[in-house]
Design a protein around this ligand. Structure first.
Ligand code: NAP
Length: 256
């Protein structure tokens, strides 16, 4: 076997939720660079269009987008149908879309809790239960869920997010078991802190920023591109015997 060739994604079709910006955009671009055609889905049409066009221009792959609120099962189905009608059957699903609403438990509303659980945990379930069985029928597939270090360790002020991300890791394990004999793997990537829009409140507050750095053995936040290698690995044949796993990309935060 030629090991580097096993990382190639030529002929594959990927769907990246929340692929319009942040880590999802880097992942979508990396999958296209490795050879996959890529669809992205988020709620904001202008950002989706811009990113899909930029990835196509940069990689020469086919790209497309659909807009949807992925907490809504009807919109999930329509977005998947639209992407598949253009690109063909999806064989790599990256459940990346997410939000974080911070605040002490007594300060957060029921709506806050539902919104965070809805996109971080329910949406991966909704997307996976449509695309996973289709991948099983074709005998090959990859589902990659974005968890977080905060699914394994806790921080005050993050009740819904920590609960959702802990759920994501175990959702991955359940689906990994259900599809283990069908050629479909399901794994979780758990990032530490990266400088995306989600983390604006931390990036804009020097004290909070420094407090985070002090928790990271490598002494720095992640560069967005540092998520790409793990995503391509888990999306490719190079990870053919890896399923139900959780990979931390956190500069050592969870090693302590
Ligand atoms: N950045 C970090 O440090 C970090 C650390 C650990 C884990 N993560 C995880 O990594 C993933 C990506 O995070 P990020 O930092 O790249 O976030 P980001 O830059 O804020 O991007 C989030 C993406 O999700 C989409 N999205 C949010 N709600 C949606 C909804 N209801 N329906 C459809 N799309 C929706 C957003 O687009 P619209 O708003 O236009 O819909 C956007 O494309 C998330 O799951 C996050 O929890 C991030």
């Amino acid at each position: 076997m030629k090991v580097l060739e096993s990382f190639r994604l030529d002929g594959r079709r990927a769907l990246v939720t929340g692929g319009s910006k942040g880590l999802g955009k880097v992942i979508a671009n990396a999958l296209a660079e490795a050879g996959a055609d890529v669809g992205i889905v988020s709620r904001t049409e202008s950002e989706c269009r811009q990113t899909a066009d930029a990835i196509a221009a940069q990689t020469g792959r086919r790209t497309m987008f659909a807009t949807a609120d992925l907490t809504n099962s009807v919109q999930v189905q329509s977005a998947i149908d639209l992407v598949q009608s253009e690109l063909g059957p999806i064989d790599i699903l990256v459940n990346n879309a997410g939000i974080n609403t911070r605040g002490l438990a007594q300060e957060l509303s029921e709506e806050d809790f539902d919104a965070v659980l809805g996109i971080n945990l329910k949406a991966p379930f909704l997307c996976s239960r449509i695309l996973g069985p289709q991948m099983c029928e074709r005998g090959w597939g990859r589902v990659i869920n974005l968890g977080s270090i905060l699914g394994a360790v806790a921080l005050p002020g993050r009740a819904p997010y920590c609960a959702a991300k802990a759920g994501v890791a175990n959702l991955s394990r359940v689906l990994a078991l259900e599809w283990a004999q069908k050629g479909v793997t399901v794994n979780t990537i758990c990032p530490g802190p990266f400088g995306t829009d989600m983390n604006k409140p931390l990036l804009e507050d020097p004290e909070k920023y420094k407090a985070f750095v002090s928790k990271i053995p490598m002494g720095r936040w992640g560069e967005l591109e540092e998520i790409a290698g793990v995503a391509v690995f888990l999306a490719s044949n190079a990870s053919s015997f890896v399923t139900g796993s959780t990979v931390y990309v956190d500069g050592g935060w969870t090693a302590q």
